[in-house]
Design a protein around this ligand. Sequence first.
Ligand code: HEC
Ligand code: HEC
Ligand code: HEC
Ligand code: HEC
Ligand code: HEC
Ligand code: HEC
Ligand code: HEC
Ligand code: HEC
Ligand code: HEC
Ligand code: HEC
Ligand code: HEC
Length: 402
Amino acid sequence: MSDLFRSNRHQRIAAITLASFALCLSPHRTLAQSECLACHADKTMQDSAGHSISVDGDKFSASIHGSLQCNNCHADIKEYPHPDHIAKVDCKTCHADEGSKLAASVHSSSKEHPCTSCHGNAHEIFPKTDARSAVYPLNVPKTCGQCHSDGAMATKKGLPSVYPHYMDSIHGNALSKEGLLVAANCQSCHGSHGILSHKDPKSLTFKANIPSTCGTCHAKINDDFQAGSHGHGVAKGDFQAPVCSDCHTAHAILQPTESAFRMQSTPICGSCHKDKLSTYHDTFHSQLGLLGGYVETARCWDCHDAHEIHPSSDPRSPVHPANLVVTCGKCHKGANKSFVQYQPHANAHDRKLNPALYFIRLFMNLLLISVLTFFVVHTVLWLIRSRFDQVKRNSGNGGRHA
Ligand code: HEC
Ligand code: HEC
Ligand code: HEC
Ligand code: HEC
Ligand code: HEC
Ligand code: HEC
Ligand code: HEC
Ligand code: HEC
Ligand code: HEC
Ligand code: HEC
Ligand code: HEC
């Protein structure tokens, strides 16, 4: 694997060097930078249309292309005075790989998405490892965000505004506030030149590929996920099963221990497991969470795990009968075999599944009805009687006054 990478890099450098040599050896002479800069270093220089055509010679020579001659790129300039109209520079002549990947990507229109739309000023291009580069990890979100943000060009095309969500996420925070270079930026999940729509099965963000995309960094979690029911489901093509982004979102990822996430995620599991959500809602755990906004109460994954989820019949499942004492015991000190008889998904409406609960509920309802009936009858009788007393008293008074 590493050999392959090394030889690829060598091939790439060899190809670039060959291409550069080929240009140098081509019939026209290369013109020295200083010849061009004699005119173009002038900061006030403009073309006939009023666009600035000045070039900062110092910045250019510090850039990755600083050792090239100007007309290695501006190849149709062969002598002076050069023509007014000069052909667009084609970066592909030296970077064929990036060029062909870009041509097959969502950004394929080279008119709308020239190389410089991501790499910035053509004369100030730096390698991706240089903090001055527009594609240095810390700068990538802003670079992509030029277009993938509110009100920008992408919104016109009906694409979601991504940049602000990303910047508020755990990854965006880690990158922009802590300067953590290894945190995910747009490029880590989407790639750079070969970006495809998430509908394309070859895309890094196609549903089935998302776990391994996140797994390049979160390797252990991906292994756990793959070993569980959800991972098995997705692997065999059941796209009803969730992947990382269904539970965490793709761009607005929160810290899962924070209450903002814990309060949200019961509905997330429950959006697919609707029956289990409603039976959980009948329990004390859920009532605590719902009424009191109580964060410490048991959420779905406190009992089932979040990533390596198995059916309860599987001995690896934390809710397998043999593991319940340990699982409930995480929060209930002294939990024992009889404590764990409690049914976390008790469905009081189902007589067959939960006979005891069913009858308790029935009994409670009957009790409630009889108590209510008693009070209604009592109140009616009381009203009749007090009216009767009043009438009796009034007629007694009437007798006295008359
Ligand atoms: C004698 C001065 C002079 C020299 C030397 C010179 N240029 Fe220019 N260049 C100009 C002027 C003037 C224009 C503006 C033409 C116009 O009005 O559109 C220009 C325009 C350009 C443009 C922009 C063309 C466009 O379509 O807007 C490029 C690119 C360019 N020069 C590259 C070079 C390169 C590369 C060299 C060295 C090989 C060079 N120039 C040497 C005067 C010069
Ligand atoms: C790595 C390739 C490359 C090299 C080397 C290069 N340029 Fe350019 N230059 C470009 C690109 C790309 C543009 C943007 C317009 C286009 O696509 O042709 C450009 C545009 C220009 C323009 C038009 C004004 C502008 O900024 O858009 C001038 C003038 C110019 N270059 C001069 C020079 C001079 C002078 C040198 C040498 C000091 C030089 N270039 C070296 C790629 C290069
Ligand atoms: C959509 C944005 C985007 C466009 C458009 C784009 N690039 Fe890039 N490019 C990137 C990013 C992001 C990186 C950094 C990749 C990384 O970190 O692995 C990069 C890296 C590179 C590198 C360094 C490769 C390496 O592995 O060291 C080269 C060379 C390059 N781009 C050339 C080009 C050329 C040529 C074009 C036009 C054909 C182009 N790029 C268009 C985003 C873009
Ligand atoms: C005449 C050939 C030539 C042209 C045209 C050219 N480049 Fe380069 N480019 C090179 C060479 C040579 C290197 C240095 C290669 C190396 O060290 O790996 C390089 C390096 C780069 C790098 C840094 C690669 C890294 O290792 O991080 C980027 C990014 C890049 N070029 C982008 C562009 C873009 C964008 C254009 C068009 C505006 C362009 N190049 C046009 C020859 C060229
Ligand atoms: C110059 C503006 C621009 C820049 C910079 C840009 N994009 Fe785009 N992007 C677009 C537009 C516009 C589209 C819609 C496709 C089209 O019509 O070209 C698009 C499409 C996409 C799509 C696919 C949307 C779909 O489903 O079709 C993804 C993913 C994407 N961009 C990610 C990125 C990433 C990641 C970066 C930075 C490395 C980036 N873009 C940089 C303008 C841009
Ligand atoms: C942690 C991984 C990750 C990061 C970081 C990330 N994305 Fe995404 N992105 C995804 C996934 C996965 C999708 C697929 C759709 C979904 O699940 O929402 C997506 C969808 C998109 C789309 C919609 C296009 C489509 O295919 O539907 C655009 C546009 C986009 N991302 C741009 C960006 C930009 C710009 C950045 C950086 C500011 C970024 N993304 C950062 C994972 C990521
Ligand atoms: C390029 C590596 C990388 C990729 C790819 C990546 N992450 Fe992360 N992720 C990180 C780093 C580093 C942190 C730690 C940030 C911190 O602690 O501030 C993190 C933190 C997280 C957290 C917060 C939990 C914690 O322990 O801090 C979640 C949740 C998360 N990532 C989910 C995802 C998901 C889902 C995907 C795919 C859609 C993904 N990540 C892709 C590097 C990555
Ligand atoms: C996007 C929908 C979706 C989400 C969200 C989801 N699940 Fe699932 N879950 C499924 C599907 C579909 C299966 C069946 C997978 C298979 O075997 O094909 C499943 C299987 C299971 C199983 C195993 C049941 C069995 O009979 O095999 C458990 C337990 C489970 N999920 C719990 C959870 C928990 C806990 C969460 C939240 C942390 C969650 N699920 C989130 C769709 C979802
Ligand atoms: C079924 C929903 C679901 C899926 C699918 C899922 N997660 Fe999680 N993830 C959670 C929950 C819930 C937590 C919180 C666990 C806790 O607090 O104990 C979590 C926690 C995390 C954390 C924090 C560290 C940790 O272990 O608690 C990271 C990082 C993470 N997930 C990444 C991922 C990645 C990467 C994937 C895909 C391979 C993924 N998740 C798939 C629900 C999910
Ligand atoms: C207090 C612990 C606990 C909580 C909280 C909990 N469960 Fe369960 N869950 C269990 C136990 C124990 C079983 C097995 C017995 C049963 O089916 O009632 C189970 C069974 C399941 C099953 C069937 C799996 C199988 O193989 O039988 C699914 C699916 C499920 N739960 C999903 C959820 C979802 C979704 C949530 C959150 C809305 C949730 N659970 C909350 C403990 C819990
Ligand atoms: C994440 C922690 C957590 C887990 C795991 C958990 N519970 Fe609870 N449970 C609570 C909290 C908090 C309360 C309310 C405070 C209290 O009574 O201790 C509660 C209350 C209860 C109650 C009602 C009050 C009582 O103490 O009698 C029962 C019954 C119960 N849990 C059973 C279970 C069972 C059975 C399991 C395992 C299937 C379980 N719990 C797993 C946190 C948890």
